[in-house]
Each structure stands twice: as C-alpha cells, then as structure tokens.
Design a protein. Structure first.
Length: 258
C-alpha cells in the first residue's frame, strides 16, 4: 500500500500513564479504501484510533494525514482537518434529539443549506433516524444509537472515518445491516475508513486491507482476501481449523484411545 496514501502511522508509541498500549505501530490507509485492524481485547486497537484523532498524544513516531503531520493536535483541529471518530460505545448525546445530535456532528460547518441537505442524506442511509428525529437519543435502541453515531460523524463530511467496534453489543442482524450501510457509504461517497472490529469475519468481508495487532504491535498486514486464506487468521479469529490442524487433532485423539 504505497500509492495514494491518505493516512500513514510511522513507529507510533502511545501510553496510558506508565502502561504502554502500542509499540512502534506503522500502517497505511489508501484513499477511498476500508482498512481494518484486528486483534484481541487489550491489543491496542482503540489506542490507535485515539492517537489519530488527537485524544492521546504519542510519545514517539508520527501521524501523517493528507499531506501533513497531525500528531499532538487537539481533537477539534483534527475534525476540522477531515477526520471523524465514531467511538466505542457510541457516546451519543442522550438528552438531545436525534436531529440535534446530527447538527452537533456539523459543528465545524457554516453552510446551513448544505447541513440541511446532509441531514436528509443521513435519513436516506438510516431511515429509522427520520422516524425518530424528534426523539431523545438516549431513548433509542443500541443499534439505532450506533446508526446515529455513524451519521453524526458523517455530518462533518470527513475525508477519513474512524470506526471503533461498531458491532459492539448488537445482534447479528443489526451488525450485518450496519456494515452494509458502512460499505455503501464508502462506495457511494468515497469516504476512506479505518475500522477497528472484533468480529473478524464481517470486518474482513467489508474491508479491502487488514492489519493484525498483537500486544501493541502490528504482526501482519495484507489484503483481506489474502488474510482470509491464512490458517492462523482462520483459526484464531474465525474459529476455523485448517485441514492439517483437523488431521492432527484426529490423529492425537485416535492415538489417545489406542
């Protein structure tokens, strides 16, 4: 991944106090692509997104976005530069209406006609939000709140959308629906996306390229098509044993009962 790169992390190290969360992470995101980061809980996936969006300042390394270094910038500056972050757990404004949440996503904009048009565009992607436009966001279901969080982030017209565990706490049906919309937005709007997701199966089916993170380090990066063919990915993230592993297990079981 070298041509038309919009985001590049180079040897990033970030910590929470004395605890180092990511260690020398380097990755690239192509403009217009969906890139996913896979890894177990505590691997550092969320920390990567927080470092990009300015919530955490890295101790080492650089974050390059669309032509300039952006590490250690304030989050509101990062949003104005063209990056929107959908955090883990959704974090909508519960006492505000659905429509007001969408307006909060457009806080950097002054084109009222464009903002109104984009609200209608969000209602097109997420019809349930139109039905609940006047309802307080805190009264929505988890899936509806996730839709609202994504729509709110898109209201700033980002060049890059950061998605942190969009399937968290959702049913398989809702997860499939939300990921279909994510892919549709990417294809129709050309919005670049960096996706952190524990549901490796749907992440690899949605994204174009993937990285595997273990204990704060990138240990693998390849096209999602290639990752799906790797035995260790299939076994540890998809729960699918390779034929050789199944054969070895059958042999051990047979030997045990001799």
């Amino acid at each position: 991944m070298t041509d038309n790169v919009i985001l590049r992390l180079s040897n990033i190290e970030s910590s929470y106090g004395p605890v180092q969360a990511i260690r020398g992470v380097s990755l690239e995101v192509q403009r217009g692509a969906i890139v996913t980061v896979l890894g177990a809980n505590g691997a550092g996936k969320t920390t990567i997104l927080k470092t990009i969006s300015g919530i955490i300042d890295p101790q080492k390394g650089s974050v390059w976005f669309d032509g300039e270094d952006i590490q250690c910038r304030d989050p509101d500056w990062v949003v104005r530069r063209g990056i929107s972050h959908v955090p883990e757990g959704r974090e909508v404004f519960p006492m505000l209406s659905v429509r007001d949440n969408l307006l909060m996503g457009a806080f950097t904009r002054r084109d009222s006609a464009g903002v109104a048009a984009d609200i209608e565009r969000m209602y097109g992607y997420f019809p349930i939000l139109r039905e609940r436009a006047a309802q307080e966001a805190g009264q929505l279901s988890g899936g509806q709140q996730q839709m609202l969080a994504i729509a709110r982030a898109l209201m700033s017209r980002p060049k890059l959308l950061l998605l942190d565990e969009p399937s968290l706490g959702l049913s398989p049906k809702l997860t499939k629906e939300i990921f279909a919309i994510v892919k549709r937005v990417n294809r129709e709007e050309g919005t670049t996306m960096l996706l952190v997701e524990q549901n490796a199966s749907i992440a690899l089916a949605t994204a174009d390229f993937g990285y595997v993170l273990e204990v704060g380090r990138v240990v693998m990066g390849d096209s999602c098509e290639a990752l799906l063919r790797k035995d260790d990915i299939r076994e540890f993230y998809l729960g699918m044993k390779s034929e050789s592993a199944r054969g070895e297990r059958r042999w051990k079981k047979k030997k045990q009962w001799r």
